[in-house]
Design a binder for this molecule. Structure first.
Ligand code: PFF
Length: 474
């Protein structure tokens, strides 16, 4: 077998996996999900999901990857369960789907960096619509972004993916802390923080519970075998459990700090008026792409600097995630079809870019893709959805399905003693640890049951507009 390469050490793996986790999901999605999903009540649920439900999934994915040293499809085959290879295929499909729309949003963010530099603050919906429908511009940015992603992945695991993460992750932390510190100096900052941190139980419904779980899976890059793939480049002496703890803490920490940066900025702009009505108008992409640029314009001289740093930060975060999304199908093609990495990257990246065209066109360029589907989002009114939002919603839901099936596989098919024996390599005290209990009870009872129930809640809510939580408990 050809040498697949690997991470140089545990830190390299943690940084790369945290790089995969920290992305648009943390800085773009998390704050508006919190805003619309009940403030701190949402944050508490989110933390529970990350540490209780997602943790066993993460450890399982890494363990399967390290045990087999294979891509998600090859991994199930190598364990001797050919019938489960469909789960790997589902993961690869998900990765392709996510990258196809993620690259478009990453391209928007990257383009905004240049708009901010030239002091062009796109701060109303019309201008944003004009920006996303300018197909030459946004198309160009998304090509550049895909090329950058491909350039990194071609260089391999340690020379490309790990090296990028070693440079960008610390940079990103410095940038986000700097921006947060600045946001705290603005008028009404505390009103923003209060809104972010005081729970509002009334806003909890199927939409927010499902939203928190989907967000946890998406943000931690779980459910599609990204961590099976990264895990396949991890050494036997490395401790999987502590790695998973660091990855989760970094991801959750950065999402939390992103909220601490963004809500003071919003509060500055609304003069401290943080009612739900005000906040509902900054749902979705408009928070990052319309509201924040407006804030940057209003803060005066420093606006160009703060705005540019913000969008560069967003682009960096996105890049360490897009490389992981591309690596999954690339590893599959390299392992299973014996294609050389370089060729695999060119083929896979081109296909994904082409598949992403409908998403690119759904920003206003094509009326067909822009008003693609009427989907009963949430429990209230049906909303029309563009192709990109629909793709994102389907992908989120599939990640949940993938995660549920992975734990069922680990608990009942591969069996927990095999999982445990893989985890204990690199972790001497594992047998007597709390982690073992959490993981074992997790993969056999807690995760299969709760994830399955929540998966049903999410599907009913997202695709049929039925709020099971309200129906059953209120
Ligand atoms: N975790 C990334 C984010 O939060 O932006 C998105 C992502 C990357 C999801 C890689 C899934 C994945 F495999």
């Amino acid at each position: 077998m050809a040498n697949r390469g690997g991470f140089t050490n545990k830190l390299g793996f943690i940084l790369a996996a945290a790089g995969s986790a920290v992305g648009l999901g943390n800085i773009w999605k998390f704050p508006y999900e919190v805003g619309s999903g009940g403030g701190a009540a949402f944050v508490i649920m989110y933390l529970f999901f990350c540490f209780i439900l997602c943790f066993p999934v993460m450890v399982t994915e890494i363990a399967i990857g390290r045990k087999t040293q294979k891509n998600p499809v090859g991994a199930f085959k190598a364990l001797g369960f050919k019938n489960w290879a469909f789960l790997g295929i589902l993961g690869i499909f998900c990765g392709v789907l996510i990258l196809s729309f993620y690259n478009v949003i990453a391209g928007w963010a990257f383009g905004y960096f240049f708009e901010m530099l030239s002091a062009n603050f796109i701060d109303n919906g019309k201008e944003f619509g004009e920006y996303t429908s300018d197909i030459v511009k946004v198309g160009g940015y998304s090509i550049v972004f895909m090329l950058a992603t491909a350039f990194v992945v071609v260089r391999g695991v340690s020379g490309g993916i790990e090296k990028l993460a070693r440079i960008l992750m610390p940079t990103l932390v410095i940038m986000i802390l700097g921006l947060m510190a600045y946001a705290f100096t603005l008028d009404n900052a505390m009103e923003g923080v209060k809104y972010y941190l005081i729970p509002n139980i009334d806003n909890i419904n199927a939409n927010s519970i499902g939203g928190a779980l989907r967000q946890a899976f998406f943000s931690l890059s779980l459910g599609m075998g990204a961590l099976i793939t990264y895990g396949s480049y991890v050494g036997r002496k490395d401790n999987i459990v502590s790695s998973a703890v660091y990855i989760t803490l970094t991801d959750v920490g950065i999402a939390f700090i992103a909220g601490l940066m963004i809500f003071p900025l919003v509060a500055f702009n609304t003069g401290g008026n943080m009612t739900d009505e005000v906040l509902s108008s900054i749902n979705g992409p408009s928070l990052i792409f319309i509201t924040l640029p407006g804030v940057f314009e209003n803060i005066g001289d420093l606006g160009v600097l703060v705005g540019s740093v913000f969008f560069l930060l967003l682009s960096f975060a996105a890049l360490t995630s897009t490389v992981s999304l591309l690596e999954v199908p690339v590893a599959y093609v390299v392992d299973e079809f014996g294609v050389r990495r370089k060729k695999a990257v060119v083929i896979v990246a081109s296909i994904i870019f082409l598949l992403g065209l409908p998403c690119l066109f759904s920003g206003g360029y094509s009326a067909f893709f822009t008003n693609f589907f009427t989907i009963p989002f949430g429990s209230d009114t049906p909303a029309s959805s563009d192709f990109l939002s629909l793709a994102a919603s389907i992908a989120d839901t599939l990640l949940l399905l993938g995660g549920t099936l992975i734990v069922i596989f680990a608990g009942y098919v591969w069996k927990k003693h095999n999982l445990n024996s893989e985890i204990s390599s690199g972790y001497e005290g594992y047998d007597k640890s709390i982690a073992k209990i959490l993981i074992n009870v997790g993969v056999t009872i807690v995760c299969p049951i709760l994830l399955f129930v929540l998966f049903v809640v999410v599907v009913m809510n997202n695709f049929f507009g039925i709020d099971l939580i309200n129906l059953l408990f209120r």
